[in-house]
Write a protein that binds this ligand. Structure first.
Ligand SMILES: Nc1nc2c(ncn2[C@@H]2O[C@H](COP(=O)(O)OP(=O)(O)OP(=O)(O)O)[C@@H](O)[C@H]2O)c(=O)[nH]1
Length: 335
């Protein structure tokens, strides 16, 4: 008698532009889906900030930081998938679903091609492609960044996120924009990625014979990533200068994220900036003097950014920040 074929592992691909809320959604799904999730995270920046934020919740995380998955080819993704499947053999408890978080500038189509390869299909089953969209910046993002339209156009589900940051009329307009780009997508509204996990993960968005279209990936011109690192705390004045340099260039600095040690603070801070929406959360990690911040933007001059960051460590003076401790990726204190 032959043993039954093992159930294929479901895969949900999560895309969406820089800072839209992909990691927040992934963390919500890990917390609420009550299933064993494997996670593959691809970041545009070289420092794996997202992986660190997700790692706090699950061990099954594979980080791909060598570049955008749509451009680096399929080997990295295949290796990560094989690793997750193999790990399942090792400890006998396979992930029953895999989430692939794409980088914020990724074209999802090459990734879909890889997942629909007959060899991959034998083990994994592509369930759906989710695009997370920032309701507040949707119009501007679509106007400025060609990859954002692609992410929405191929999605089977669009999570229109950050509904707390827009009035109802603007939310309706954003939903109309999504509907015009992709009338077939299911649109879910969310605050901090709070969607019904089973409803999102169990939906089969692709027919068995669906074939992705041929690819012609287009990226925002001049997009660069700079990693800023320090091994002594930032001064209060330096911190204000850093925030000023981010907030003052919303069209150029598109995304900033990382952990910061600030003089006079007992714990490290988690800094997020999406254009000029900046949040700072205390973490539970002791302040150790070290900071690592990834900055993504157009035509960034790495030398200039690093020089400005180095100055941020001068003139130690304490800064008063809110007392609240927040989990990594949690809701922030908006300036
Ligand atoms: N106000 C508000 N903030 C949110 C919401 N969802 C996410 N954020 C915040 O937006 C910022 C970016 O969220 P992430 O989940 O890191 O976004 P991302 O798409 O993974 O970012 P990248 O990987 O850099 O492209 C963080 O500060 C989040 O806390 C939301 O619904 N409302």
């Amino acid at each position: 008698m032959t043993s039954p074929l093992p159930e294929r592992i479901g895969v949900t691909v999560i895309g969406g532009f820089l800072g839209a809320g992909k990691t927040t959604l992934v963390n919500h799904l890990i917390r609420t889906s009550f299933r064993r999730l494997g996670v593959i995270v691809n970041e545009f920046g070289t420092a794996g900030v997202d992986g660190q934020l997700i790692q706090a919740l699950t061990d099954d995380v594979q980080e791909l930081t060598a570049g955008c998955l749509c451009c680096t080819g399929r080997e990295d993704l295949l290796r990560a998938l094989v690793h997750l499947a193999h790990r399942a053999h090792q400890d006998g408890a396979p992930p029953n679903h895999v989430l692939i978080e794409l980088s914020g500038v990724a074209d999802p189509v090459p990734v879909l091609h890889t997942l629909l390869d007959p060899m991959v299909r034998g083990v994994f089953r592509l369930r759906s492609l989710v695009a997370v969209a920032d309701a507040r910046f949707l119009t501007r993002t679509l106007a400025d960044h060609p990859e954002a339209a692609l992410q929405l156009a191929y999605a089977t589900t669009v999570v229109l996120n950050k509904t707390d940051l827009v009035p109802p009329a603007a939310l309706e307009a954003a939903a109309d924009t999504v509907g015009a780009l992709n009338p077939l997508a299911r649109v879910l509204h969310a605050e901090h990625g709070h969607v019904d996990a089973p409803a999102l993960l169990d939906t089969a968005g692709f027919d068995a014979d669906w074939t992705p279209p041929p690819v012609q990936t287009r990226h925002t011109p001049g997009l660069k990533t700079v990693t800023l690192e320090a091994d002594r705390p930032l001064s209060a004045r330096g911190w204000h200068d850093l925030i000023g340099r981010i907030a003052g260039r919303p069209g150029q600095v598109l995304r900033v994220k990382g952990h910061v040690s600030l003089a006079g603070q007992g714990t490290r801070l988690l800094l997020h900036a999406v254009r000029d929406v900046i949040t700072v959360d205390r973490t539970e990690e002791k302040q150790n003097g070290r900071s690592r911040v990834v900055m993504i933007g157009r035509d960034l001059d790495a030398q200039e950014e690093r020089a400005a960051f180095a100055q941020a460590m001068d003139a130690p003076r304490a800064l008063i920040l809110p007392r609240r401790a927040a989990p990594a990726g949690g809701r922030g204190v908006r300036r």
